[in-house]
Design a binder for this molecule. Structure first.
Ligand SMILES: [Zn+2]
Ligand SMILES: [Zn+2]
Length: 257
């Protein structure tokens, strides 16, 4: 059945960082800003997220919701810099919700104290403005003005790593997080207006904790999505850039959904 036209206003998507953990090709690490009706969602906060936000002239204090897919440094290691910025430059203009897997709150503050050991008492000012929420695989809940669903991806051994589905009014964006190939993503992404899928490898197709391009190309027609864009791009994929038949993100790219 054809999809009914959406009544939602559009979502602006800014690709702040589209590189892998190694910043391959000089790409910044993970970060995406999604804005609809003045509501700003930062999805992923890699170590380079603060310069990326400032370069794009997005005030970090105006973010409403931060979503983190898993606790690898290239996805949440930028949170201490955001906190530092909230502490000494611009405090949040309203409370900010930060949602992600179990232990996100504790690890973020541990990392912050390690990086800026003398900010302890002052950091309390910011702590009161941040509301951490645990996202579990299987969750489907409202966070602020959007609905967020999560499934577990095959990526981390012991802890949960998540793929995320964000629904703003009638529009849906699905993000794979970091993930090996899994059939679950086909069903999870079905019907999405935009599917942002990690693609770290090309030749190393034996590695099962990240996606590789040949597999995604084989599976592409099974993804019933409006638009599919590869991100979290690694060195091998960059080396085959001219052979890619699936749209690939770059730092600074913006689009509307
Ligand atoms: Zn990663
Ligand atoms: Zn990872």
């Amino acid at each position: 059945m054809p999809k009914a036209p959406s009544t939602a206003s559009s979502i602006d998507v800014s690709f702040l960082g589209t590189g892998d953990a190694f910043a391959s090709g000089g790409r910044l690490q993970s970060g995406y800003l999604l804005t609809a009706n003045n509501y700003r969602v930062l999805m992923e906060a890699g170590p380079t997220v603060l310069p990326a936000l400032k370069r794009s002239r997005i005030p970090p204090e105006d973010i409403d919701l931060i979503l983190i897919s898993h606790l690898h440094g290239d996805h949440f290691g930028g949170l201490p810099f955001l906190i530092l910025n909230y502490l000494w430059e611009n405090p949040p203009s309203k409370p900010i919700t930060i949602a992600g897997p179990k232990h996100l709150e504790e690890r973020t503050w541990r990392l912050f104290r390690t990086m800026f050991p003398n900010s302890g008492a002052d950091a309390e000012r910011v702590r009161r403005q941040l509301r951490f929420v645990v996202l579990e695989p299987g969750d489907n809940r409202r966070l602020g003005r959007i609905r967020v669903a999560a499934i577990r991806t095959p990526h981390m051994r012991r802890e949960a790593s998540l793929a995320l589905k964000l629904t703003f009014d009638g529009k849906t964006i699905v993000f794979s997080g970091d993930s090996g190939w899994t059939e679950d993503l086909v069903a999870f992404a079905a019907g999405a207006d935009l599917f942002m899928c990690e693609c770290t490898y090309f030749e190393s197709s034996h590695l099962d904790f990240h996606m590789n391009y040949p597999e995604l190309q084989r599976q592409r027609s099974r993804f019933d999505v409006g638009r599919m864009i590869l991100t979290h791009v690694g060195r091998e994929v960059l080396g085959h850039q001219h052979e890619l038949n699936i749209e690939t993100a770059s730092d600074g790219m913006t689009l509307q959904v």
